[in-house]
Design a protein around this ligand. Structure first.
Ligand SMILES: [Zn+2]
Length: 337
């Protein structure tokens, strides 16, 4: 078989079994390896194709994914207080994980809580360099060590700041993205809960998953207000009026959060709560897709501005790659899209 065709069923199964062994036999001192798996899966969607090729990714690109994943997590959790380090969840079995400390420090120095704004700041490239050094020395170095051996099943390092995902791996990470995401998140949450030092911070809170991986309430409020100005009063799905009461309007992830979990401004639309619920975790039907793509093209500049205000990334190329992947994957998986 040529390298250009997707991996065989056997190769895909081997990938899944090895992934399972990573979770079962790997050593997870910090939460970095979960972040690395999620970052590689997201990059495969954002930059990869459904073929059998490998993919070259810079450690800088991985570091930027880390910053996006850990950004919100570097805020205090729940009633942790407003003092900088207080209340930030501990993500390492020893001292606080260095990525968290670097982000907490950056936020304190710059006074920004918005990732979109942070990315335009003078000190940001240095932050990326610091995180890239940690990513290179820790999770990239150790993810493929498990069960007492090293098995380079995902990537090889070139020693010059890049990793090469092996042939067929971008395909598998795209195909099994929801599974990789779900496994990583579940283990990530368990890691934080099982750390005794987090108990006083966690308290009785029951929203840990949405804190770690969801959109902040503040950002959602900004998105809701600004999209209402931009899109008007009609529900994206049924087109009928939603009225003026903000609680009668839902902010919906067009590509469902369970399918792709990174927040992108272009992925939000406003809908009736009942229309949002009835769509649930499925992809919207084709006529909605056409309307949505047309809106993305027309409103690109406005959406970027809204993202900046809400502190959420806005990138039209990424969202179009994610969309193409989501609809293709739904067809491949036998779901009705
Ligand atoms: Zn509706």
């Amino acid at each position: 078989m040529s390298k250009t065709s997707p991996p065989s069923a056997e190769a895909q199964l081997a990938f899944l079994l090895t992934l399972q062994r990573v979770f079962a036999e790997g050593d997870f001192t910090a939460t970095y390896k979960f972040a690395l798996l999620m970052a590689l899966a997201d990059l495969s969607i954002e930059l990869g194709e459904d073929d059998g090729f490998g993919m070259r990714v810079s450690i800088t690109q991985v570091a930027e994914q880390f910053i996006a994943l850990y950004w919100r997590q570097s805020e205090p959790y729940g009633a942790g207080g407003d003092d900088t380090n207080q209340g930030v969840l501990i993500q390492n079995k020893g001292d606080q994980a260095a990525v968290l400390s670097a982000l907490v420090d950056f936020r304190a120095r710059t006074g920004t809580s918005s990732l979109a704004q942070a990315r335009t700041m003078e000190g940001y490239p240095e932050l990326v360099r610091v995180i890239a050094t940690i990513v290179s020395a820790k999770p990239l170095q150790y993810l493929q060590n498990f069960g007492g051996t090293t098995q380079e099943f995902l990537y090889e390092r070139d020693g010059r700041g890049f990793i090469c995902l092996k042939p067929g791996i971008p395909y598998c990470l795209r195909r099994f993205h929801p599974l990789v995401q779900q496994l990583s998140r579940t283990h990530w949450i368990d890691h934080i809960k099982s750390n005794k030092r987090n108990r006083p911070i966690l308290g009785d809170g029951d929203d840990l998953e949405s804190f770690l991986f969801g959109t902040s309430r503040h950002s959602l409020e900004v998105i809701k207000r600004e999209l209402k100005k931009m899109d008007g009063d009609g529900c994206f799905y049924c087109g009928k009026r939603m009225g003026d009461r903000m609680k009668d309007i839902d902010v919906d992830h067009y590509i469902p959060f369970s399918v792709y979990g990174r927040d992108l401004t272009h992925n939000f639309v406003l809908a009736h709560p009942r229309c949002n619920r009835s769509k649930s975790d499925t992809l919207a039907a084709k006529p909605h897709l056409e309307k949505w793509l047309e809106r993305l093209a027309r409103q690109d500049d406005n959406l970027k501005e809204i993202g900046f205000t809400a502190g959420i990334l806005a990138d039209s190329e990424t969202i179009s790659n994610v969309t193409r992947w989501a609809y293709q994957n739904a067809v491949a998986g036998g779901a009705s899209a």
